[in-house]
Design a protein. Structure first.
Length: 168
């Protein structure tokens, strides 16, 4: 299954490139990957999938850079409860100049679910949606960090900064 997402950032290409480089120096991209994968797979146990996968390896490799574009190749591998590897995501994270003060962040890749010919169509349908949500969460998290904002998992709840939900 092909997956992808893109976000227009309100920062120049030079700033976006520098901030992405900072993200790759530490473990921020790995953390963003783990968080996106965790949020994307939350709740799968109750929908009849044959076992939950846990993200076990994230690999990042720099792609070619020019004055107007560049990026990273990312590979996510998840492990099943019995230790077998599945599913796999191979994607390119790209930054492209979009005017003087804008940059387009895009993530495009291929997600390979674990089932082969034996998986049910329900499982495939659910995991296809999970893959799309996971990539969308990852893209939003990386975009937020490049733009200097908290990521989706770090943002305050919509009902106020840490406030408890209103009682009924």
């Amino acid at each position: 299954m092909f997956v992808g997402d893109e976000v227009l950032l309100g920062v120049s290409f030079a700033v976006a490139r520098e901030r992405l480089a900072q993200l790759t120096e530490g473990s921020v991209l790995i953390s963003a990957s783990e968080n996106a994968y965790g949020h994307g797979t939350a709740g799968l146990a109750g929908v009849g999938t044959r076992g939950l996968a846990k993200l076990v390896r994230v690999q990042v490799r720099e792609l070619t850079w020019t004055d107007e574009a560049g990026g990273l190749a990312i590979r996510w591998e998840a492990g099943g409860p019995d230790g077998t590897l599945f599913p796999v995501l191979d994607a390119d994270l790209r930054l492209t100049q979009a005017g003087e003060q804008g940059t387009l962040l895009s993530v495009a890749g291929v997600y390979r679910p674990p089932f082969g010919p034996t998986g049910s169509s329900l499982e495939r349908s659910i995991l296809d949606r999970v893959a799309a949500v996971t990539v969308r969460n990852f893209t939003a998290s990386v975009a937020a960090r490049i733009a200097g904002r908290p990521g989706p998992a770090e943002a305050a709840p919509s009902n106020g900064a840490g406030a408890a939900p209103p009682s009924a």
